[in-house]
Design a binder for this molecule. Structure first.
Ligand code: AMP
Length: 286
């Protein structure tokens, strides 16, 4: 394993990308906020399978955090992250300072309309504007052939697919399955905040989603009944629910009935103490 080269400025990225293009190599981009786990690494491995070179980015993007959110205490592990990126096949890691990405006088933002509304869009005002802005900047800078994102952040994935299509960025956006701990909890950098008790109660999120998925598979199409099933473990674990909703898997429009024609997704957000976790699953009627 070779340690990836760390790039700090847009000029360094442009030199790297121009050199790679001169050699006729293809590029996969994996944007992250660091404190990497197997979910992040699965994106890099898939990037390596699809392209000659993988670039990862590690940037805790201030514009996607609300004023009362965890920006300043977001977990970081630059040294460990670099080794993990190398082991997953990344050649370079772009890790700029916030002032490099948003220098004084910065005033350009990307706003994706419909799919940014509802769910996390309503609960975290400005969040998807921040995400869409930083991802657009990274895609414009790296001009990758492919960029990989996790289904774990399902609404974010739809926002990014939409902006890449609407802005004609010419990049393939690949959504990758959620990687889970062996007991079902979706991996997240924020899991590190959880106390032992919160960690145990956090299992209720995936438990509820899997119960809904099983019921849909067994033929239940009534969304109200499915939601009651999903809610039961959350209530039992006494977590503070932010939302639990069933939506069209592409447009994210609310659904009241599942059909074979329209793919559906259940999405959940809940607080364990002060830690907000999200998860989601596909609902397929058999
Ligand atoms: P983050 O560092 O949390 O911003 O995540 C960076 C990328 O990794 C995003 O595309 C996430 O959707 C993805 N990701 C985060 N957690 C997981 C997971 N458990 N499984 C797969 N991908 C994930």
């Amino acid at each position: 394993m070779t340690t990836p080269r760390v790039l700090r400025t847009p000029d360094e990225v442009r030199w790297f990308v121009n050199d790679l293009r001169r050699r006729g190599q293809t590029l996969a981009l994996v944007p992250t906020m660091g404190f990497l786990h197997d979910g992040h690494l699965s994106l890099m491995r898939e990037g390596r399978a699809r392209c000659d070179v993988v670039a990862a980015t590690i940037f805790v993007n201030p514009t996607q955090f609300g004023p009362t959110e965890d920006l300043t205490r977001y977990p970081r592990d630059p040294v460990g992250d670099l080794a993990k990126c190398g082991s997953a096949g990344a050649t370079v890691v772009y890790s700029p300072e916030p002032a490099t990405v948003y220098p004084p006088g910065y005033q350009t933002y990307v706003n994706v309309e419909q799919v940014s509304q509802g769910l996390c869009g309503d609960r975290r005002p400005g969040h998807f504007r921040g995400v869409a802005t930083v991802v657009t900047k990274l895609l414009a800078l790296f001009r990758p052939n492919v960029a990989l994102f996790g289904e774990k952040d399902y609404q974010q994935l739809q926002v990014i697919k939409t902006l890449a299509r609407d802005l004609e960025l010419g990049v393939e956006i690949v959504g990758m399955p959620t990687i889970r701990e062996s007991d079902g909890l979706a991996m997240s950098s924020r899991n590190t905040y959880l106390s032992a008790d919160d960690r145990a109660r956090a299992l209720s999120l995936s438990k509820g989603l899997f119960a809904m998925q099983a019921a849909a598979k067994a033929g239940e199409t009534d969304v109200a009944k499915l939601l009651a099933l999903g809610l039961a473990p959350l209530t039992q674990a006494n977590v503070k629910l932010d939302y639990l909703e069933v939506r069209d898997a592409q447009t994210l429009e609310p659904l009241t009935t599942l059909t074979k024609e329209r793919s559906a997704r259940v999405l959940v957000a809940a607080f364990l103490g002060t830690t907000r976790l999200i998860d989601n699953l596909a609902l397929t009627v058999s």
